[in-house]
Design a protein around this ligand. Sequence first.
Ligand SMILES: *Cc1c(COP(=O)(O)O)cnc(C)c1O
Length: 440
Amino acid sequence: MWHPFTQMQEWEREDPLLIERGDGIYLYDIHGNKYLDGSSSIWVNLHGHRHRALDAAIQEQLGKIAHSTLLGAASPPSILLARELIKIAPKGLTRVFYSDNGATAVEVALKMAVQYWQQQSPPQKKKKSFIRLDAAYHGDTMGSMSVGGIARFHERFRPLLFSTIALDAPYCYRCPLDLRFPSCRTACLDPLEDVLSKRHERIAGVVIEPMVQAVAGMITQPPGYLSRVRALCLQYDVLLIADEVATGFGRTGTMFACNHERVTPDLLCVAKGLTGGYLPLAATLTTENIYEAFLGEPEKTFFHGHSYTGNALGCAAALANLEIFKKEKTLVHVRKRSGILKALLKPLAELPIVGDVRHCGMMAGIELVKNKETREPFPLSERMGHKIAADCRRRGLLIRPIGNIVVLVPPLAATELQLRKMSSILTKAVKSHARQIAMA
Ligand SMILES: *Cc1c(COP(=O)(O)O)cnc(C)c1O
C-alpha cells in the first residue's frame, strides 16, 4: 500500500498503526491497544464508531440494493436525503447535486459557477476567475487544488492549475496587516472589496471555508468576517462558494458554519460528516436561481457526474446520520461540550512553546512556537507537531498534526469525561516537550 499524505520511507521505519475495529469514540489496533479517536478519523466521524442506528440503516438498505445510477434515474434514499438536506441547509438553498468526496463537491461548485455565468442572457463569458484565500484547502483534484493555497501541497502542481486571485487569510495570530481584532473591523477584507470593485466583471465566485480554515491550521475567522464576504459578493454580483466539507454537520457548534453569521451561500459543498463518517458521499447544494440557469436546450445540461453519484448505501447512512442529530439532540450537546473543550484547552496557552490556542465547536488547533515573544515558529524539520502526536499515541490518543499545529477534532459524541481524557493527554504531551526543550 501507498498511503495518502504519508512519507512512505518514514512509515516503513516507524511502528505502523493498524486499526482493526472501533467502538464509540475508541479505536483498537490489531494488538488490542485502545485509542481515543482525537481526529474523528480525519474529521469525518460524528456520533462514534459502530453506532447502532447507522449500522442498521446500512444493513436495511443492503437488503434492498447497494447502488443504482442517478444518471437519468432516481432512488428513494437519494430523494429523501436531498429533501432532508434542504430542510437543514441555510435558507434559499433548494437543490442538491451528489458526488463522492469533498474535492469533487468543490469541482462541481466551480464548474456550476462558470457555466451559470455562461448561461445568463446576455452570456457573461468573461466571468470565469475565482478568488480564494491564502492557505485554503479544498481537496486534491486539479480544480480544487487550483483554488487551494497550501504551498507544500500545491506549489509543485501550479503549472497544471488554473490561475486564481489569492487574498491573505484572516490569520489573526500572524496578521499580515498587523491589525488588532476587534478594532480591525475585518479590515483584512478591504483587499477583497478592492479586487471586486475593479475586476468583478471577470470574477465568477469567491471560494471560502466559512468560520474555520481547517487544513491551514484551524485558522478561525473573526466575527463579522463571513457576513462581510457575503455582502461584498452580493454587492458585486459574484457567487459565494462555501466549502463546508470540514465545518458542516455540527462541527463548529451549528449545523453549518454559515449559520453562525446567518449566511446563505450560492453554492454549499458538504462531504466529510455527511454520512457520520461511514461512507464516501458528498453534495453540492445550490439555489433555485442557479438551478434554473441550466434549464432549456440540451446544451445547457450540466455535464458532470460520477459512477457512484448518490450511492444508495451512502444516502441511507446520511439519512440515519441526520436522524441521530434529532434523536440525540447532537447540536445541543455540541454547544455545551464546545464550551467545556475551550476551557480545557485554555491552560495550554500558558505553556512556553504554545503561541496560540484556536477553537470553534469541536475543532481546535494549538500552534507551537519556538519563541513565544517573537512568535518565531519551530522549523518544520524539527517536526514538533509530529513528535507531540507520537507522544499522544503512546498515551492512548490519536491525533494528526498539521506542521506546527497540534489539531484536536473529537467526534461530536465525545462526552465531557472523554474530552477531559483527550485534553489531559494532549497537555501532558505538550508539557513534557516544553520541559525537554527548556532543559536542552
Ligand atoms: C477534507 C476537505 C476537503 C476534501 O475532501 P475529500 O473528501 O478529502 O476530498 C475539501 N475541503 C475542505 C474544507 C476539507 O477539509
